[in-house]
Design a protein around this ligand. Structure first.
Ligand SMILES: [Zn+2]
Length: 368
Protein backbone atom coordinates (compact mmCIF):
# COMPACT_ATOMS: atom_id res chain seq x y z
CA UNK A 1 0.00 0.00 0.00
CA UNK A 2 1.20 3.45 -0.70
CA UNK A 3 0.21 7.05 -1.21
CA UNK A 4 1.09 9.49 -3.92
CA UNK A 5 0.73 13.24 -4.29
CA UNK A 6 -0.43 14.85 -7.50
CA UNK A 7 0.08 18.57 -8.03
CA UNK A 8 0.89 21.17 -10.67
CA UNK A 9 2.08 24.76 -10.42
CA UNK A 10 -0.27 25.44 -13.36
CA UNK A 11 -3.29 25.45 -11.03
CA UNK A 12 -2.31 28.95 -9.95
CA UNK A 13 -4.29 30.87 -12.52
CA UNK A 14 -4.65 34.65 -12.54
CA UNK A 15 -8.38 35.28 -12.13
CA UNK A 16 -8.02 38.82 -10.81
CA UNK A 17 -9.32 39.92 -7.42
CA UNK A 18 -11.43 36.95 -6.33
CA UNK A 19 -12.64 35.14 -3.22
CA UNK A 20 -11.17 31.92 -4.67
CA UNK A 21 -7.43 31.93 -3.89
CA UNK A 22 -5.90 29.90 -6.73
CA UNK A 23 -2.53 30.34 -5.02
CA UNK A 24 -3.72 28.00 -2.26
CA UNK A 25 -2.50 24.98 -4.21
CA UNK A 26 1.08 26.30 -4.29
CA UNK A 27 0.83 27.25 -0.64
CA UNK A 28 -0.36 23.77 0.37
CA UNK A 29 2.42 22.14 -1.63
CA UNK A 30 5.01 24.46 -0.06
CA UNK A 31 3.63 23.87 3.46
CA UNK A 32 3.98 20.13 2.92
CA UNK A 33 7.68 20.70 2.19
CA UNK A 34 7.43 20.30 -1.58
CA UNK A 35 7.30 16.48 -1.54
CA UNK A 36 7.78 14.33 -4.67
CA UNK A 37 4.63 14.71 -6.74
CA UNK A 38 3.18 13.65 -10.06
CA UNK A 39 2.86 16.65 -12.38
CA UNK A 40 -0.18 15.62 -14.41
CA UNK A 41 -0.80 16.13 -18.11
CA UNK A 42 -3.97 18.02 -18.97
CA UNK A 43 -7.09 15.94 -19.39
CA UNK A 44 -7.68 15.50 -23.10
CA UNK A 45 -10.76 17.00 -24.68
CA UNK A 46 -11.85 13.42 -25.30
CA UNK A 47 -11.60 12.67 -21.58
CA UNK A 48 -13.64 15.79 -20.84
CA UNK A 49 -16.27 14.70 -23.34
CA UNK A 50 -16.97 11.65 -21.20
CA UNK A 51 -18.96 14.09 -19.04
CA UNK A 52 -19.30 17.41 -20.83
CA UNK A 53 -21.23 18.28 -23.98
CA UNK A 54 -19.46 19.08 -27.23
CA UNK A 55 -21.12 22.50 -27.35
CA UNK A 56 -19.94 23.49 -23.89
CA UNK A 57 -16.39 22.26 -24.47
CA UNK A 58 -16.27 24.18 -27.72
CA UNK A 59 -17.21 27.40 -25.92
CA UNK A 60 -14.44 26.90 -23.38
CA UNK A 61 -11.90 25.95 -26.00
CA UNK A 62 -12.59 28.87 -28.28
CA UNK A 63 -13.47 31.53 -25.72
CA UNK A 64 -16.99 31.98 -27.06
CA UNK A 65 -18.79 31.85 -23.73
CA UNK A 66 -21.65 34.30 -23.34
CA UNK A 67 -21.74 36.89 -20.57
CA UNK A 68 -24.31 34.71 -18.87
CA UNK A 69 -22.02 31.67 -19.09
CA UNK A 70 -19.18 33.62 -17.48
CA UNK A 71 -21.48 35.03 -14.78
CA UNK A 72 -22.66 31.54 -13.90
CA UNK A 73 -19.12 30.15 -13.86
CA UNK A 74 -17.97 33.13 -11.79
CA UNK A 75 -14.51 32.98 -13.37
CA UNK A 76 -13.13 35.21 -16.12
CA UNK A 77 -12.38 33.25 -19.29
CA UNK A 78 -8.79 33.07 -20.48
CA UNK A 79 -6.75 30.40 -22.28
CA UNK A 80 -4.68 30.05 -19.08
CA UNK A 81 -7.80 29.49 -16.99
CA UNK A 82 -9.04 26.73 -19.30
CA UNK A 83 -5.61 25.14 -19.48
CA UNK A 84 -5.06 25.30 -15.71
CA UNK A 85 -8.36 23.58 -14.97
CA UNK A 86 -7.79 21.04 -17.73
CA UNK A 87 -4.53 20.13 -15.99
CA UNK A 88 -6.45 19.94 -12.71
CA UNK A 89 -8.86 17.41 -14.20
CA UNK A 90 -5.82 15.50 -15.41
CA UNK A 91 -4.56 15.56 -11.82
CA UNK A 92 -7.69 13.91 -10.46
CA UNK A 93 -7.50 11.30 -13.23
CA UNK A 94 -3.88 10.56 -12.32
CA UNK A 95 -4.71 10.28 -8.61
CA UNK A 96 -7.62 7.96 -9.41
CA UNK A 97 -5.57 5.68 -11.66
CA UNK A 98 -2.85 5.47 -9.04
CA UNK A 99 -5.34 4.70 -6.26
CA UNK A 100 -6.83 1.86 -8.31
CA UNK A 101 -3.48 0.46 -9.30
CA UNK A 102 -4.05 1.22 -12.97
CA UNK A 103 -1.36 2.42 -15.32
CA UNK A 104 -1.50 6.03 -16.42
CA UNK A 105 -0.19 5.50 -19.93
CA UNK A 106 -3.56 5.41 -21.62
CA UNK A 107 -5.81 7.81 -19.76
CA UNK A 108 -7.28 9.03 -23.00
CA UNK A 109 -8.20 5.53 -24.01
CA UNK A 110 -11.84 4.79 -24.36
CA UNK A 111 -13.65 2.14 -26.28
CA UNK A 112 -13.58 2.80 -30.01
CA UNK A 113 -17.16 1.72 -30.20
CA UNK A 114 -19.92 3.10 -28.06
CA UNK A 115 -21.44 -0.36 -28.20
CA UNK A 116 -19.59 -1.44 -25.13
CA UNK A 117 -18.32 0.30 -22.05
CA UNK A 118 -16.28 -2.67 -20.94
CA UNK A 119 -12.58 -2.20 -20.38
CA UNK A 120 -10.24 -3.21 -23.20
CA UNK A 121 -8.86 -6.73 -23.04
CA UNK A 122 -6.24 -7.17 -20.38
CA UNK A 123 -7.09 -4.00 -18.52
CA UNK A 124 -9.89 -5.25 -16.33
CA UNK A 125 -9.80 -3.96 -12.84
CA UNK A 126 -9.56 -6.56 -10.14
CA UNK A 127 -11.14 -5.71 -6.80
CA UNK A 128 -8.87 -8.30 -5.20
CA UNK A 129 -5.74 -6.65 -6.49
CA UNK A 130 -6.98 -3.31 -5.24
CA UNK A 131 -7.59 -4.68 -1.77
CA UNK A 132 -4.15 -6.22 -1.61
CA UNK A 133 -2.64 -2.94 -2.76
CA UNK A 134 -4.61 -0.27 -0.92
CA UNK A 135 -3.50 3.05 -2.34
CA UNK A 136 -4.29 6.67 -1.65
CA UNK A 137 -4.10 9.22 -4.45
CA UNK A 138 -3.75 12.69 -2.91
CA UNK A 139 -4.56 15.47 -5.30
CA UNK A 140 -3.57 18.98 -4.22
CA UNK A 141 -6.40 20.26 -6.39
CA UNK A 142 -9.74 19.17 -7.77
CA UNK A 143 -13.19 18.78 -6.27
CA UNK A 144 -14.92 20.93 -8.91
CA UNK A 145 -18.34 19.58 -8.04
CA UNK A 146 -20.53 22.42 -9.37
CA UNK A 147 -19.78 21.76 -13.03
CA UNK A 148 -22.64 20.26 -15.08
CA UNK A 149 -22.36 18.51 -18.45
CA UNK A 150 -23.45 21.62 -20.37
CA UNK A 151 -22.25 24.50 -18.19
CA UNK A 152 -19.84 25.55 -15.47
CA UNK A 153 -20.89 27.04 -12.17
CA UNK A 154 -19.41 28.34 -8.93
CA UNK A 155 -15.71 28.43 -9.97
CA UNK A 156 -15.96 24.96 -11.57
CA UNK A 157 -15.44 24.85 -15.36
CA UNK A 158 -15.08 21.04 -15.47
CA UNK A 159 -16.26 18.32 -13.12
CA UNK A 160 -12.93 16.63 -12.48
CA UNK A 161 -14.28 13.89 -10.22
CA UNK A 162 -17.03 12.95 -12.68
CA UNK A 163 -14.52 12.77 -15.53
CA UNK A 164 -12.18 10.60 -13.44
CA UNK A 165 -15.10 8.33 -12.50
CA UNK A 166 -15.90 7.87 -16.18
CA UNK A 167 -12.25 7.14 -16.97
CA UNK A 168 -12.16 4.49 -14.22
CA UNK A 169 -15.39 2.99 -15.52
CA UNK A 170 -13.87 2.68 -18.96
CA UNK A 171 -10.94 0.91 -17.34
CA UNK A 172 -13.28 -1.59 -15.67
CA UNK A 173 -13.78 -0.15 -12.17
CA UNK A 174 -17.49 -0.73 -11.60
CA UNK A 175 -18.70 0.46 -8.22
CA UNK A 176 -17.54 3.90 -7.15
CA UNK A 177 -18.55 6.17 -4.27
CA UNK A 178 -18.17 9.92 -3.91
CA UNK A 179 -17.96 11.42 -0.41
CA UNK A 180 -18.47 15.16 -0.78
CA UNK A 181 -17.96 17.10 2.46
CA UNK A 182 -17.50 20.55 0.98
CA UNK A 183 -19.85 23.05 2.68
CA UNK A 184 -21.73 23.38 -0.61
CA UNK A 185 -23.92 20.67 -2.11
CA UNK A 186 -22.30 18.76 -5.00
CA UNK A 187 -25.00 19.73 -7.46
CA UNK A 188 -23.15 19.04 -10.70
CA UNK A 189 -21.96 15.65 -9.52
CA UNK A 190 -25.40 14.64 -8.26
CA UNK A 191 -26.95 15.68 -11.57
CA UNK A 192 -24.38 13.81 -13.65
CA UNK A 193 -24.77 10.53 -11.78
CA UNK A 194 -28.35 10.83 -10.69
CA UNK A 195 -30.68 12.77 -12.90
CA UNK A 196 -28.83 12.91 -16.18
CA UNK A 197 -30.48 11.08 -19.05
CA UNK A 198 -28.25 8.61 -20.86
CA UNK A 199 -26.18 10.16 -23.64
CA UNK A 200 -27.89 10.27 -27.07
CA UNK A 201 -25.81 7.40 -28.39
CA UNK A 202 -27.43 5.10 -25.87
CA UNK A 203 -30.95 6.14 -26.76
CA UNK A 204 -30.61 5.16 -30.37
CA UNK A 205 -28.57 2.58 -32.13
CA UNK A 206 -27.67 0.53 -29.11
CA UNK A 207 -28.86 -2.91 -28.29
CA UNK A 208 -31.16 -3.22 -25.30
CA UNK A 209 -28.45 -5.16 -23.52
CA UNK A 210 -25.88 -2.44 -24.00
CA UNK A 211 -28.42 0.11 -22.88
CA UNK A 212 -29.05 -1.94 -19.80
CA UNK A 213 -25.35 -2.15 -19.06
CA UNK A 214 -25.06 1.59 -19.36
CA UNK A 215 -27.75 2.02 -16.75
CA UNK A 216 -26.13 -0.49 -14.45
CA UNK A 217 -22.86 1.40 -14.70
CA UNK A 218 -24.73 4.61 -14.03
CA UNK A 219 -26.33 3.19 -10.91
CA UNK A 220 -22.97 2.00 -9.68
CA UNK A 221 -21.87 5.49 -8.69
CA UNK A 222 -22.99 6.34 -5.16
CA UNK A 223 -22.99 10.09 -4.50
CA UNK A 224 -23.00 11.28 -0.89
CA UNK A 225 -23.05 14.99 -0.14
CA UNK A 226 -23.16 16.51 3.35
CA UNK A 227 -23.44 20.27 3.21
CA UNK A 228 -25.02 23.41 4.63
CA UNK A 229 -28.64 23.23 3.51
CA UNK A 230 -29.27 26.98 3.31
CA UNK A 231 -26.37 27.89 1.08
CA UNK A 232 -25.44 27.84 -2.60
CA UNK A 233 -26.53 26.10 -4.78
CA UNK A 234 -30.22 26.91 -4.60
CA UNK A 235 -31.14 23.86 -6.67
CA UNK A 236 -29.74 20.68 -5.16
CA UNK A 237 -30.39 17.71 -7.46
CA UNK A 238 -30.81 14.56 -5.42
CA UNK A 239 -27.80 12.36 -4.94
CA UNK A 240 -27.73 8.84 -3.52
CA UNK A 241 -27.45 10.30 -0.01
CA UNK A 242 -27.86 13.98 0.83
CA UNK A 243 -27.49 15.34 4.34
CA UNK A 244 -28.35 19.03 4.56
CA UNK A 245 -27.10 20.52 7.83
CA UNK A 246 -28.50 23.60 9.60
CA UNK A 247 -26.54 26.84 9.79
CA UNK A 248 -23.90 26.79 12.51
CA UNK A 249 -23.99 23.02 12.92
CA UNK A 250 -20.51 22.88 14.52
CA UNK A 251 -18.22 19.89 15.08
CA UNK A 252 -20.38 17.57 17.17
CA UNK A 253 -23.43 17.64 14.87
CA UNK A 254 -21.30 17.37 11.74
CA UNK A 255 -19.22 14.46 13.02
CA UNK A 256 -22.26 12.67 14.43
CA UNK A 257 -24.06 12.88 11.11
CA UNK A 258 -20.92 11.76 9.30
CA UNK A 259 -20.57 8.71 11.54
CA UNK A 260 -24.15 7.79 10.73
CA UNK A 261 -23.72 8.31 7.01
CA UNK A 262 -20.40 6.60 6.27
CA UNK A 263 -21.68 3.03 6.86
CA UNK A 264 -24.35 3.71 4.23
CA UNK A 265 -21.64 4.67 1.75
CA UNK A 266 -19.53 1.65 2.68
CA UNK A 267 -22.59 -0.59 2.22
CA UNK A 268 -22.41 0.27 -1.48
CA UNK A 269 -19.14 -1.75 -1.42
CA UNK A 270 -17.26 0.71 -3.62
CA UNK A 271 -14.08 -0.34 -5.40
CA UNK A 272 -12.85 3.24 -5.24
CA UNK A 273 -13.86 6.28 -3.18
CA UNK A 274 -13.44 9.91 -4.14
CA UNK A 275 -13.26 12.24 -1.17
CA UNK A 276 -13.96 15.96 -1.63
CA UNK A 277 -12.40 17.44 1.50
CA UNK A 278 -13.63 21.01 1.23
CA UNK A 279 -12.07 23.41 3.74
CA UNK A 280 -15.11 25.68 3.63
CA UNK A 281 -17.11 24.15 6.51
CA UNK A 282 -14.51 26.03 8.60
CA UNK A 283 -15.82 28.55 11.15
CA UNK A 284 -14.05 31.52 9.58
CA UNK A 285 -14.93 30.75 5.97
CA UNK A 286 -16.40 33.59 3.94
CA UNK A 287 -18.74 31.35 1.92
CA UNK A 288 -19.64 28.74 4.52
CA UNK A 289 -21.71 28.78 7.68
CA UNK A 290 -21.24 25.39 9.36
CA UNK A 291 -18.68 26.73 11.86
CA UNK A 292 -16.42 23.70 12.19
CA UNK A 293 -13.07 24.04 13.93
CA UNK A 294 -9.76 22.95 12.44
CA UNK A 295 -9.68 20.08 14.91
CA UNK A 296 -13.17 19.06 13.84
CA UNK A 297 -12.18 19.12 10.19
CA UNK A 298 -9.17 16.93 10.88
CA UNK A 299 -11.38 14.46 12.74
CA UNK A 300 -13.71 14.52 9.75
CA UNK A 301 -10.82 13.63 7.44
CA UNK A 302 -9.68 10.84 9.73
CA UNK A 303 -13.19 9.37 9.95
CA UNK A 304 -13.53 9.21 6.18
CA UNK A 305 -10.06 7.93 5.51
CA UNK A 306 -10.12 5.32 8.30
CA UNK A 307 -13.50 4.01 7.17
CA UNK A 308 -12.23 3.15 3.72
CA UNK A 309 -8.64 2.31 4.69
CA UNK A 310 -9.90 -0.38 7.05
CA UNK A 311 -12.20 -1.68 4.32
CA UNK A 312 -9.25 -1.70 1.90
CA UNK A 313 -10.94 0.64 -0.56
CA UNK A 314 -8.66 2.84 -2.70
CA UNK A 315 -9.13 6.52 -1.89
CA UNK A 316 -8.79 9.56 -4.13
CA UNK A 317 -8.53 12.79 -2.14
CA UNK A 318 -9.37 16.16 -3.70
CA UNK A 319 -9.32 19.53 -1.92
CA UNK A 320 -12.50 21.27 -3.20
CA UNK A 321 -13.45 24.68 -1.71
CA UNK A 322 -11.84 26.87 0.93
CA UNK A 323 -12.38 30.60 1.38
CA UNK A 324 -11.24 31.43 4.89
CA UNK A 325 -10.70 35.11 5.67
CA UNK A 326 -7.03 34.22 6.21
CA UNK A 327 -5.73 32.04 3.37
CA UNK A 328 -3.31 30.51 5.90
CA UNK A 329 -6.30 28.84 7.58
CA UNK A 330 -7.52 27.30 4.33
CA UNK A 331 -3.99 26.08 3.64
CA UNK A 332 -3.62 24.57 7.14
CA UNK A 333 -6.91 22.68 6.76
CA UNK A 334 -5.92 21.30 3.35
CA UNK A 335 -2.46 20.37 4.65
CA UNK A 336 -4.04 18.45 7.52
CA UNK A 337 -6.20 16.54 5.02
CA UNK A 338 -3.20 15.55 2.92
CA UNK A 339 -1.24 14.56 6.03
CA UNK A 340 -4.07 12.33 7.21
CA UNK A 341 -4.33 10.73 3.79
CA UNK A 342 -0.58 10.25 3.38
CA UNK A 343 -0.42 8.82 6.90
CA UNK A 344 -3.08 6.28 5.97
CA UNK A 345 -1.21 5.40 2.82
CA UNK A 346 2.04 4.92 4.72
CA UNK A 347 0.52 2.85 7.52
CA UNK A 348 0.97 -0.88 7.30
CA UNK A 349 -1.30 -3.80 7.67
CA UNK A 350 -4.85 -2.92 6.67
CA UNK A 351 -7.40 -4.15 6.04
CA UNK A 352 -6.66 -6.42 8.98
CA UNK A 353 -5.03 -3.78 11.18
CA UNK A 354 -7.18 -2.09 13.83
CA UNK A 355 -7.86 1.64 13.58
CA UNK A 356 -4.83 3.74 14.39
CA UNK A 357 -4.49 4.45 18.10
CA UNK A 358 -2.23 7.43 17.64
CA UNK A 359 -5.04 9.88 18.12
CA UNK A 360 -2.64 12.31 19.77
CA UNK A 361 -0.53 12.58 16.64
CA UNK A 362 -0.32 16.19 15.65
CA UNK A 363 1.02 17.71 12.51
CA UNK A 364 3.32 20.65 12.85
CA UNK A 365 1.40 22.81 10.45
CA UNK A 366 -2.12 21.45 10.53
CA UNK A 367 -3.50 22.98 13.66
CA UNK A 368 -2.78 26.37 15.04
ZN1 LIG B 1 -17.61 24.88 -1.46
Amino acid sequence: MSARIVYSARYRVDIGPHVFPTRKYDLVYDALGRPPAVDPPPATWEDLSLVHTTEYLEKLRTGTMSEEDVAQLELPWSPEMVEGFRVMVGGTIQAALFACGLSADSTTQRPQSQESSAAPEGQEFSADSAISAFNVGCHIGGGLHHAFPNHGEGFCPFNDVAVAVRVLQHRGVGRIAIVDLDVHHGNGTAFIFGGAPPPPQTRSGRSPRAYQEQNVTHANVFTFSMHQQHNYPMWKPRGSLDVGLPDGARDATFLGELERALPKVAAHRPQCVFYLAGADPYEDDQLGGLRLTKQGLRRRDRLVIDTFRIAGVPIVVTLAGGYARRVEDTVAIHVATIEEAMGAGAASGPPTAPPRADRGRQASSGEG
